[in-house]
Design a protein around this ligand. Structure first.
Ligand SMILES: NC(=O)c1ccc[n+]([C@@H]2O[C@H](COP(=O)([O-])OP(=O)(O)OC[C@H]3O[C@@H](n4cnc5c(N)ncnc54)[C@H](O)[C@@H]3O)[C@@H](O)[C@H]2O)c1
Length: 436
């Protein structure tokens, strides 16, 4: 039997060991999915604290319970910082960050650093899959030469695929197992082996003709969101000036049974994906002499939203004879979207910083984020405020930034002096509610 057939058999019979490199928001649920599907799983991460926590059966992501980690541990899951153990795995799935650097260009150092660290331990009879979101060409241009240098023959004794992660954090309907997964291989044999790997854990696979196509597919998905959110954010500003409630408009438009998909405006873009990933394409497209105008425009509109919201806050306070300087402002929700604890790129942080810089006294309340976490470049020495009628009534203004289900919106409305609602939570007009 040739190498690919042996490897495919090992996936089909669950004899294979699946190694997940990078145990974050993507890697950890994926590890649990492969474990639940009957595979032996090994986790590799550079962060010793995460490794220690996982090995003692603890979680560090709110929507993944410690119980699930303990069950995985009982079934042989182990986490390690030792990259030489990569040799034990039949499959290595890379789920490390792909941020932008300070010039807003792709920072692939996590991906290339991971592949460089794995390279000395790669062996014939393995498949390497990149899941991190990136620009088209990354697998061919960055991974292939690094693997090639080891002497392994990609498509013959070693297999290379790109399969982007699709996650809907906090969703009850979509899990890593039931979200269809796109996959592209460097060669047809790579695709076959990669498909055998994921077929063991994922209900539906969507094979495409190349790694580049798979990379571009993921970017299309995220650019589609960024551009449409930019559009509704722009329309929100127009509607506001015209005295129309954009949320009412969207609700009405969404009754059209075809050809319309609702997107919702907010105080800005957040999360690790939508504000960042589109610019991976912008950067790469420049190499081809093409400028990505939709992406840039949506980025501009979305990035301007926090300042627009601040303008609404200033106006609302001014109407009541108050200045922002010295006003007490309570920000509701600092995670980037409802019902999660993820703070990455959260527009609430920018809002809090602008408010603080303009002299407001800022507090926050977020049932998912009890203490303001350490974030690169952002600092607040704050713990979340527990809400009560007295606490709510004590602030000059409540800024509703993230619409977590856990908030008691009736109580807040009853007691707040002034609410600036950036999420369209309050449908009915009210004296103390300003939509922004
Ligand atoms: N979070 C999402 O909802 C989501 C959805 C789809 C795609 N993605 C993409 O998936 C990738 C990972 O995102 P994430 O949200 O899981 O990030 P994350 O920051 O939550 O996790 C990344 C993990 O990788 C580890 N790590 C960093 N460098 C490493 C290295 N050299 N070797 C091994 N481990 C290393 C970190 O310690 C961390 O545990 C990104 O490309 C992201 O764009 C994320």
């Amino acid at each position: 039997m040739n190498t690919s057939k042996i490897l495919i058999k090992r996936f089909e019979t669950r004899q294979a060991v699946v190694g997940i490199v990078g145990l974050g928001y993507v890697g950890l649920p994926l590890m649990l999915r492969f474990q639940a599907a009957g595979f032996q799983v090994l986790g590799i991460d550079i962060d010793p604290n995460k490794v220690e926590k996982l090995n003692s059966g603890e979680t560090y992501i709110e929507h993944i319970s410690s119980e699930k980690i303990r069950v995985a541990r009982q079934h042989g899951f182990e986490a390690t910082t030792d990259f030489s153990r990569a040799a034990e795995a039949d499959a290595l799935i890379i789920c490390v960050p792909t941020p932008l650097n300070k010039n807003r260009e792709p920072d692939l150092s996590y991906v290339t650093g991971t592949v460089d660290a794995l390279a000395p331990h790669l062996r014939p009879g393995q498949v390497l899959s990149l899941e991190s979101t990136t620009y088209p060409g990354t697998t061919e241009e960055e991974l292939l030469p690094r693997v090639g240098k080891t002497g392994l023959k990609v498509g013959e004794d070693f297999f290379l695929v790109y399969s982007p992660e699709r996650e809907d954090p906090g969703s009850k309907n979509f899990t890593p197992g039931n979200i269809p997964k796109v996959i592209g291989g460097h060669t047809p044999a790579c695709l076959k082996v990669g498909t055998a790997l994921y077929a063991g854990a994922i209900d539906r696979l969507v094979p495409v003709s190349s790694t580049k196509t798979a990379e571009m597919t993921k970017l299309l998905e995220n650019i589609h969101r960024a551009v449409n959110i930019g559009l509704v954010n722009e329309l929100k500003i127009v509607c506001d000036r015209m005295g129309i409630d954009i949320h009412e408009v969207i609700r009405a438009a969404a009754t059209k049974p075809f050809g319309f998909t609702p997107y919702y405006p907010g105080p800005g873009l957040g999360g690790h994906c939508i504000p960042i990933d589109p610019f991976y394409l912008t950067w790469k497209a420049r190499e081809y002499g093409i400028s990505t105008r939709f992406i840039e425009l949506a980025g501009e509109v979305n990035a301007g939203m926090p300042r627009w919201v601040i303008g609404k806050i200033v106006d609302a306070l001014n109407e009541r004879g108050l200045a922002l300087k010295g006003s007490r402002v309570l920000v509701l929700g600092i995670a980037y979207k409802k019902n999660v604890d993820d703070m990455r790129e959260s527009p609430s942080v920018e809002l809090m910083e602008i408010l603080r810089d303009k002299g407001a006294e800022v507090d926050y309340s977020d049932p998912h984020v009890p203490v303001f976490p350490k974030l690169r470049g952002h600092h607040f020495d704050l713990a979340g405020v527990a809400l009560s009628p007295e606490i709510v009534a004590g602030y000059d203004l409540i800024l509703l930034a993230t619409n977590h289900d856990a908030f008691d919106y009736d109580m807040i409305k009853k007691n707040a002096r002034l609410i600036v609602d950036t999420r369209g939570v309050y449908l009915e007009p009210a004296e103390n509610v300003i939509k922004a």
